[in-house]
Design a binder for this molecule. Sequence first.
Ligand code: DAH
Length: 354
Amino acid sequence: MTAPATVPALDTLRAEAISALDAASDLDALLTWERAYLGPKGALTAFLRSLGNLPADQRPEAGRSANALKIELQATFSGRHADVERSAIADRLAAEALDVTLPGRPHPIGTVHPISAMIDELSDIFALMGFRTVYGPEVETGHYNFDLLNIPADHPARDVWDTMIVDTGAGGPEIVLRTHTSPMQARTMETSTPPVRVVVPGRCYRYEAQDSSHEWMVHQLEGLAVDERITMADLKGVLAELARQLFGPTRRIRFRCDFFPFVEPGVDFAVDCAICDGTGCRVCKHTGWLEMGGAGMVHPDVLRGVGYDPERYTGFAFGLGIARMVMMKYGVDDVRAFAAGDLRFLRQFASLTA
Ligand code: DAH
C-alpha cells in the first residue's frame, strides 16, 4: 500500500528529499537519490500515482502541490548535480596537476664503444688514401681462411692459428670461425679487377687462453691494395701515414722481417712510441716501439689463386689488431676491459663521439 496522498504527507516527503539531497555528496549518491525520489519507481512518482485514491475535492490541490514539488526537486537536483560535477572535475584536475616547468628526468644515453670508434677513425683515415671499407663473413670456409692464403691443409703454418672449428668438413667443406680478416683478401680479389684498395674491419676468433693481452675474440683491420707496379714503398708510405694520422705528425714506423704464408716478403711493423717519443717507457716496455701488426707483399700464389696474373699485378696487404690501436692511443693496459661491459671504463671514451 502506498502512503496516503495527502498534502501533509507531501510536506514530509519534501523535507526527507531535501535533507537526503543535501547529504548526497558525490555523483553516485546523487543518482541514487534521483532514482529514489524522481525515478519511475521513486517516492514522488508513487505519490502522483496514488492521487486517484484521494477524495475528488482534495485531488486538484494535492496534484498541484505534488507537481510543484516535482519541479522544485528537479531544479534543486540539477543545481546540486552541477555543483558536485564541478567539484569532481576540480578535484581531478588538482590530483592530476602537472608542473610543466619542472626539469625532466634525464635518460642515460649510451656511447659508441671505443673499438667501434677506432674502426670509424681507421675507415676515415684509409678512405682519404682511397681505400673502401668492406665487411666479410665471420663464419668462413677453410678454403678462404687457409687454402687461398697459401696455407694448405698439411702446412705447419696452419697450427699458428688455433682455430675454432664449426664443421670439420668430413662430408663437405670445412667451416671455421675466421681466425683473421685475411680471407677477405681472396674474396675481394675474386669479385673485382685491379686496381683493388680495401680495408676490412671485423671480428676474428681464436681458441686462446685469455690474459691481459689475449682474447679469444679479436677485432682486426685488414688492408689490401693490388695494381700494376705496387711496391713495398707504397706499403710503407700507407702505414707511415696511418701512424701519423693516429698518433701524431712526427711518428716513424719500423719494418722487421717476419713470416706469413700469404705474403713475400713479410714484415711486422711498429710505430715509435708517442708517449716517450721513442726513448723508452712503461707503455712501450722500454723498447721505444709499439707493435702494430703484420704486413707484406701479396704472395704470387695468392694472386694466382684468385686468377690474377702475378707477372702483371703486385700488391701489399696488412693486418692490424684494432684493440691494440685503442690501447696504444689511450694507454689501456688490459685488453679484457673492452668486452667486460664495465660502464665506468666505457664512459671514459664518450667524448670520442660527442
Ligand atoms: N692475418 C695475420 C694474423 O692474423 C695478420 C696479417 C699479417 C695480415 C700479414 C696481413 C699480412 O694481411 O700481410 O696474424
